[in-house]
Design a protein around this ligand. Structure first.
Ligand SMILES: Nc1ncnc2c1ncn2[C@@H]1O[C@H](COP(=O)(O)OP(=O)(O)OP(=O)(O)O)[C@@H](O)[C@H]1O
Length: 619
């Protein structure tokens, strides 16, 4: 479409882009892969990086755990043996230092590599998700709030990132550390190691006891945070309406309620975590006391060397850290699986508007003159409740049609079908004899130009907005279009002229200026069909006059459909179509319709402030 898609989000259908991601397309095959397995395909390109992470982890753990062993050798083989030689002790101290530095270096590389892979995966995921969302049809956005989509894009992808950078790493690193510690403990003293294992059931009991409670508190705080983000995002995007309707206080109240409930859930979660961590610390200290008592007795009885006891105490201290860490990851794992599921479901959502094959079918060659035909059209946003029934309308190339009717009559729905924002349930809509469902969306967007009451302007310069970021359109062409619609003078008055950067939705320009820029787009993209949906309704009368002139110039030689509440805008149309309750109830020129004395004549009398007058004004 030469102009905009329906708000709130601009539809980018038809934009050229790379091929769809491998994972989502596999879901389209209807395979039974889980979200986790599906998203794992994103990790595949990072196999080598993950192999590097594994190697660094193994080296870092080994360097870390060998240190107490070196101290044990220093104590038992040199200090306690009474040899008095300090050389080997110095060497061991040097080795200890070298191992610490190595452990540091390997954990640094490990973190770097795992973050590179994790962030790379999630960046690609976000990119694919955004592209996928920009291809979904308007009916999807009718159902989904923009706030919850923002949460998916930011929160859920971040949680998936944590899955790769924290959960996977912790499961591997901490699991391996545990195995190494157990191995070294059994190497040092199998009996003491056996006694230490007696603590395992107690650890398992505490972890299990906390686990379900921690999961509940975590989920509660996450879902309250999502509510808060969604509410904030929706409020910020509609802040002008909030202010226009003086809803600031009510929205503030609702925000505080959500903010307060998130605060409490967050505190509860933190309390549970602290309690859990401290319980583990206590358990760690208990086991150190237990091993000191048992081992101390053995040292006194000369059944155990002092250095072994030292190493044992160090290992038993280190033993609790990985268990604690793995248990902590349980929450992130839960959250990540929920997030992956949500993202995967989004990927599996297919557009309700299957695009026609881009192949150059011979019938497409005939498109260009702008003949429009609605034939026995039936349509409902919910197929069970049609809002358009039995619509048949033929529009000749170059004809200007005014569409009028009371609120909810179905005027916007009718043009939505021509733009193919939705598909008909029965009948057909065709352009130059080709069903719109057979016209590739990218082509359709060039054939049909839509100007809405609030044209959507993108973040970018005025020039970008006129040529819609299409580099094949020269700057001179865009300037020429602006001159044609009378926008050039206004634009040149701006400090940066055509390079003026527009913020989101074009704020910084007046409604009339935004409208003129959207007309310039039409001139640049030369659609053969032009749709004006209440395009001048929000303008004051002097701006409207200027815009009306531009409009007349733009619609010259094009098939034009104009929806207007103000009948003055369409009085001169070649034909006026009157809609009521989803059907066309009459059509003709202004004069013919007034002569009939039907619904149009009544609308006209209303617009003239003479609702009950029976006399016919001159057409
Ligand atoms: N996105 C949507 N989802 C569900 N129902 C919708 C949607 N858009 C419009 N409708 C319903 O379809 C019917 C026709 O609406 P439509 O917007 O086409 O009327 P209209 O004649 O353009 O009205 P107005 O002049 O107020 O813009 C109305 O009952 C409306 O509530």
């Amino acid at each position: 479409m030469a102009e905009t898609a329906p708000e709130p989000a601009p539809d980018q259908r038809g934009k050229k882009g790379p091929e769809p991601p491998p994972a989502p397309s596999s879901a389209a095959d209807g395979s039974e892969r889980t979200a986790l397995r599906g998203l794992m395909t994103y990790a595949k390109p990072y196999r080598k990086t993950f192999a590097g992470v594994v190697a660094c982890t193994v080296f870092a753990i080994s360097a870390d755990l060998l240190q107490p062993y070196l101290v044990k050798i220093a104590i038992d083989d040199h200090l306690m043996s009474g040899g008095g030689e300090l050389g080997p002790v110095l060497l061991l101290a040097g080795l200890y230092l070298a191992l610490s530095l190595l452990a540091l270096a390997f954990s640094y590389w490990q973190s770097l590599l795992v973050q590179r892979a994790g962030q790379g995966i999630v960046s690609k995921l976000r990119k694919d998700l955004f592209r996928h969302l920009s291809r979904l049809s308007p009916s999807f956005y009718d159902r989904m709030s923009s706030g919850s989509l923002v949460t998916h894009m930011s929160g859920d992808t971040e949680t998936v990132s944590q899955f790769f950078t924290q959960v996977c790493l912790s499961l591997f690193r901490d699991g391996l550390t545990l195995v190494f510690i157990l191995f070294l403990m059994f190497q040092l003293d199998p009996v003491l190691a056996g006694y230490s294992l007696l603590l395992l059931p107690l650890i398992a009991l505490i972890a299990a006891g906390f686990r379900s409670y921690m999961r509940r508190t975590y989920q509660q705080s996450r879902s309250r945070l999502s509510r808060l983000i969604a509410f904030t995002a929706e409020n910020l995007s509609g802040m002008n309406l909030v202010q226009a309707f003086r809803q600031e206080r009510e929205q503030q109240r609702q925000f505080e309620e959500r903010n307060g409930s998130y605060y409490e859930a967050n505190l509860r979660e933190i309390r549970t975590n602290v309690l859990f961590n401290r319980s583990f610390d206590l358990l760690g200290n208990l086991s150190v006391a237990f091993v000191t008592w048992l081992g101390g007795r053995a040292v006194y009885g000369e059944g155990l060397e002092f250095g072994v006891l030292y190493a044992f105490i160090t290992y038993i201290r280190q033993f609790f850290q990985p268990i604690n860490s793995i248990t902590q990851q349980w929450n992130t794992l839960q959250a990540a699986s929920v997030s992956m599921d949500r993202i995967w479901k989004l990927f599996q959502t297919r557009s309700a508007l299957p695009d026609a094959a881009p192949a150059a079918a011979p019938e497409l060659d005939g498109i260009g003159s702008g003949a429009v035909r609605f034939r026995d059209v039936e349509f409902g946003y919910d197929p069970a409740e049609p809002v358009l029934r039995g619509i048949s309308l033929d529009i000749a190339p170059g004809e200007t049609i005014g569409i009028v009717g009371t609120t909810g009559a179905g005027k916007s729905s009718l043009i939505s079908l021509l733009c193919r924002f939705y598909d008909v349930q029965r009948g057909s809509v065709s352009i130059d004899g080709v069903d719109v469902r057979h016209i590739p969306l990218a082509r359709l967007q060039r054939v049909v130009g839509l100007v809405q009451q609030e044209p959507y302007l993108f973040s970018g310069s005025i020039l970008d907005n006129v040529r819609l970021f299409d580099p094949s359109i020269s700057e001179e062409e865009a300037r020429e279009a602006c001159r044609f619609v009378g926008a050039d003078r206004l634009i040149r008055r701006l400090p940066d002229g055509y390079g003026t950067m527009l913020s989101e939705k074009g704020s910084g320009l007046s409604a009339g200026e935004r409208q003129l820029i959207s007309f310039a787009r039409i001139v640049v993209f030369r659609p053969s069909i032009l749709i004006l949906d209440e395009a001048t309704a929000s303008l004051d009368s002097s701006t409207e006059q200027m815009v009306q002139q531009a409009l007349a110039a733009v619609s010259e030689g094009r098939t034009t459909l104009v929806i207007a509440h103000r009948l003055s805008t369409i009085m001169n149309a070649d034909r006026i179509v009157v809609m009521r309750g989803g059907s066309i109830v009459e059509s003709g020129t202004h004069g013919e319709l007034l002569g009939k004395g039907g619904p149009y004549a009544r609308l006209y009398r209303h617009s003239q402030g003479r609702p009950d007058s029976g006399s016919q004004p001159a057409g």
